[in-house]
Design a protein around this ligand. Structure first.
Ligand SMILES: Cc1ncc(COP(=O)(O)O)c(C=O)c1O
Length: 410
């Protein structure tokens, strides 16, 4: 999507041009505006912070960072009790997680899933499961990473059907490590729901098997919650909901509330192996990021906040499934939870229809003033719907009404 619209104001899920034209953003920026545009409480705290002090070196922000970390850890899955707040983006948080795993077990091969996305630094491009981002950069190709099959039940690579599939995708991971790998697999990194790859939700029992494989083969399990974390699925951590039991969790996007860049790495206490000089960035844990993250945690932790995402998420799912019933000739699948949904767009033979997916994204913007995004950066066939967590049930209804109007004209 490359467009020439300039927004000058935003509020909640709505964006405005200088001519006061209103758009609905159904994907909360790049899924990072957990609290929507310009949430007043976060704006207020930032205004105060800007007036008081914008930057001091991270040598002097330790206590503040540890307070923010504690407010995140309070909600972390059992056993995750420590962490690191010296990143501002998800890519480097994931690199930090891999550094930790490598240092912890002295091994170096990294596994990840096909269709995964873990960032766009040279290393995270290497370990992400999409070749189109790697093809111009030969330094991203090495025998120290391997891509293993994703739990993509709708298009199972083994043409199997859950629940009688025997979890062939997890068996393939086991087989790779036992028979195909370097003998030195250090860690596996996975998103609890594959976000960029197409909102792929693993079936029940999947993570139980993954955990067993990791334990048996001595592999560190990293949960990339850059997209799913901080309430996106209706739970503070999707890893908790799926009982994934990771060793390390990474966060970014939604942690900054209204788009303030910030990231964190959380882990079990035995993984506290990094020295400060091994993973620090000039702006990591800066005062504005910390202020935004602290306020965001306070708001998302309020009683009823996540329940509202879960309840409205059910409504959103029902409305999207209603659209699938009406437009089943091109909506092949609807999947998701909370405020993280995807519509799989197919052609008459059920094959992925990427041109139609991109047409939907473009027409939504031009004709419905509705901002959507597609999977795999325009190379995929899933339309993503991920409004800010503050979206009301009326907002959800409005998004689906606009989708309905658009689909009726295709
Ligand atoms: C699951 C996941 N991990 C990591 C990243 C990279 O985060 P960032 O763009 O902040 O580096 C993204 C970004 O889209 C993501 O979706």
């Amino acid at each position: 999507m490359s467009v020439n619209i300039q927004f000058t104001k935003g509020s909640g899920i709505r964006l405005y041009t200088s001519h006061d034209e209103e758009y609905i953003d159904a994907v909360s920026g790049t899924f990072n505006l957990s609290l929507g545009y310009s949430h007043p409480e976060v704006v207020e705290i930032l205004q105060q912070q800007v007036e008081d002090l914008i930057h001091v070196s991270s040598s002097f922000t330790g206590e503040l960072a540890s307070n923010v970390l504690n407010s995140i850890l309070e909600h972390a899955p059992e056993g995750i009790t420590d962490g690191w707040m010296r990143d501002i983006i998800g890519s480097t948080a994931n690199e930090g997680a891999v550094k930790i795993a490598n240092k912890f077990n002295g091994k170096n091969e990294v596994l990840s899933l096909s269709l995964s996305h873990h960032g766009q630094t040279l290393f995270t491009t290497s370990i992400s499961g999409n070749a189109f981002r790697r093809k111009s950069f030969s330094n991203t190709i090495s025998n120290k990473h391997a891509i293993v099959p994703a739990p993509y039940c709708y298009r199972c690579p083994y043409a199997a059907k859950y629940p009688n599939c025997g979890y062939l995708c997890t068996e393939a991971i086991y087989d790779y490590v036992e028979y195909g790998g370097s003998g030195n697999v250090s860690c596996i990194i996975m998103e609890p729901i594959l976000g960029n790859g197409g909102n792929i939700v693993p079936p029940p029992g999947y993570f139980e098997r993954i955990k067993k494989i990791c334990d048996e083969l001595d592999i560190v399990l990293i949960s990339d919650e850059v997209q799913t974390g901080i309430g996106r699925t209706g739970y503070m951590f999707a890893s908790e909901h799926f009982d994934m039991q990771p060793d390390i969790i990474t966060l970014a996007k939604g942690l900054g509330g209204i788009g303030i860049p910030t990231a964190a790495i959380l882990y079990r206490p035995e993984f506290a192996v990094l020295e400060k000089f091994e993973h620090s960035y000039t702006s990591g844990g800066n005062l504005l990021s910390l202020a935004a993250a602290q306020k965001t945690m306070e708001i998302v932790s309020r009683e009823g906040f996540l329940q509202h995402v879960r309840d409205n998420g059910v409504v959103l799912g029902q409305l999207l499934n209603g659209l699938k019933e009406k437009y089943g000739h091109f909506i092949g699948d609807v999947r998701g939870m909370g405020y993280m949904w995807g519509l799989e767009i197919v052609d008459k033979d059920g094959a992925p229809d990427v041109p139609l997916t991109n047409r939907i994204i473009d027409k939504a913007l031009e004709e419905q003033r509705l901002i959507l995004r597609s999977s795999r950066y325009g190379f995929g066939n899933v339309v993503k719907v991920r409004p800010a967590l503050t979206a009301t049930v009326d907002d959800v209804q409005e998004i689906c009404d606009r989708l309905d109007k658009l689909f009726s004209q295709l």
